[in-house]
Design a protein around this ligand. Structure first.
Ligand code: MTE
Ligand code: CO
Length: 423
């Protein structure tokens, strides 16, 4: 912690103490130092006069009713139906880095299927010494690993190429989640079958109707890919691939095959329909780039943001957000209040972890004037998140996938925020 920061936090404490002495709700500019008694302090409250709910009323707990708006949301007009569709993580309302499974975005090409562990089989075939089929119980007998990784759909922020479009961090940046996975390394499973020297790729597919077949180069398959069956300590939810999904750290979400049913070792990439038609990016000069698997460094301010306005007026303000990189750890995040003219370095809640979300905070004082809030991530490779203009210069306006540009929120004097672009 730097001296400057310590200094700031002292004055911040002093401010909060002063405000508290003035009565609840007084942490606002020019709040009257009212002596009106606060009934929440002076009167007995109903929740203290009776008994609460006993244990076992809710064998599996859900969030309290006051948090019922912290849910995944869909944007109706984006897709024709909800089967081949997407919804978004409420990142504007979460803190820390772990995404609870119940509000982690879903992306299905043919709906979320219900597949029991007893009916689960994983086949390995192709260029292997011994083709094998594993049951769920077989997978549980291999040594396990635990890792936290983000999963970002390649289409995240895809609607923002041509102009500021969706009004909320949930909708612009919510095709991402970050969980602690438990599983078996794909390397271990491939070794069990024995990969032939000609085996250069794995073609992975799911048990759903779409199968979502994808090719992954052998180098990655043998590096850090996980065959996962637990997320955040519990079984994967149906919508995230129960009972088994592939975890492909740092790489675009479409390779994270859910309901994993087959791994075929091949000598070349299998040209699935999706790979050739969809997962390419059209560039400014009209050519395309293909096989852009790793997700480049990116960040977003989650609060304040359009769905998380400032409601307390001027004074102490916590600006917070998320940063991530598919190429390693986040090393630094800067925040600008003036649309990128000047920058302050934010505080990382914990040192960045490779291919996982990093939480940043800027503990600041708001003077009540408008702000053009931005965040800019840097990763361990030295890469710096580009501005929208810089990205468009290279990629043009016709892309959908891999938009990792700097996001701007226009925070108005009344505390409300809006998705805008600065030139
Ligand atoms: N796997 C299967 N079997 N079917 C699918 O439709 N969608 C993919 C990938 N794996 C998909 C799949 C896409 S495009 C993404 S972004 C991630 O799953 C989303 O994972 P999630 O639904 O757990 O968020
Ligand atoms: Co996707």
């Amino acid at each position: 912690m730097s001296e400057t920061f310590k200094g700031k936090s002292t004055s911040r404490r002093a401010f909060l103490r002063g405000a508290a002495a003035a009565g609840a709700g007084a942490i606002t500019a020019g709040a009257a130092h009212s002596a009106t008694p606060d009934p929440l302090i002076t009167e007995p409250q109903p929740w203290a006069q009776g008994l609460g709910e006993g244990v076992d009323v809710t064998p599996y707990g859900l969030p309290i009713k006051f948090e019922s708006d912290v849910v995944r949301r869909n944007v109706d007009w984006l897709t024709a139906d909800t089967i081949s569709s997407i919804n978004f993580t409420p990142i504007h309302a979460l803190d820390g880095t772990i995404t609870p499974q119940g509000c982690a975005f879903e992306r299905h090409h043919s709906g979320a299927i219900e597949l029991a562990k007893e009916d689960y089989r994983l086949m390995i075939n192709g260029l292997v010494d011994t083709p094998l089929v594993f049951s769920y119980a077989d997978l549980e007998r291999f040594p396990r690993e635990n890792h936290v990784y983000f999963c970002e759909c390649a289409a995240n922020t895809g609607m923002e190429w041509a102009g500021a479009q969706l009004n909320g961090a949930q909708f612009t940046h919510g095709m991402i989640h970050n969980m602690e996975y438990t599983g078996v390394s794909l390397r271990t499973i491939l070794a069990e079958a024995g990969v032939k020297p000609e085996g250069k790729w794995v073609y992975v597919e799911g048990a759903d109707a779409s199968s979502n077949g994808r090719s992954i180069p052998m180098e990655k398959a043998l590096d850090d890919v996980l065959v996962a069956f637990k997320a955040n300590g519990e079984a994967l939810r149906k919508e995230h691939g129960y009972p088994v999904r592939l975890v492909v750290p740092g790489w675009e979400g479409n390779m994270w095959v859910k309901w994993l049913r087959r791994i075929e070792v091949t000598d070349a990439a299998v040209q699935s329909r999706e790979e050739t038609s969809k997962y390419t990016d059209t560039l400014e000069d009209g050519t395309s780039r293909k096989w852009t698997w790793a997700m480049d460094a990116k960040s977003v301010v989650t609060s304040p943001s359009p769905q998380a306005p400032i409601t307390h007026g001027q004074g102490p303000l916590v600006i917070t957000g998320l940063a991530w990189s598919g190429r390693g750890a986040i090393t630094r995040v800067d925040v600008s209040k003036d649309g990128g003219k000047t920058w302050e370095t934010a505080r990382l809640a914990k040192p960045g972890e490779r291919m996982a979300l990093t939480r940043f905070y800027l503990d600041t004082t708001w003077d009540g004037n408008e702000m053009l809030l931005q965040s800019r991530a840097m990763d361990e490779t030295g890469y710096v998140q580009p501005t929208k203009t810089q990205l468009r210069d290279v990629r043009g306006l016709n892309s959908i996938y891999h938009n990792n540009c700097i996001q701007t929120w226009w925070v108005k004097p009344n505390g409300e925020a809006e998705n805008v672009e600065v030139s």
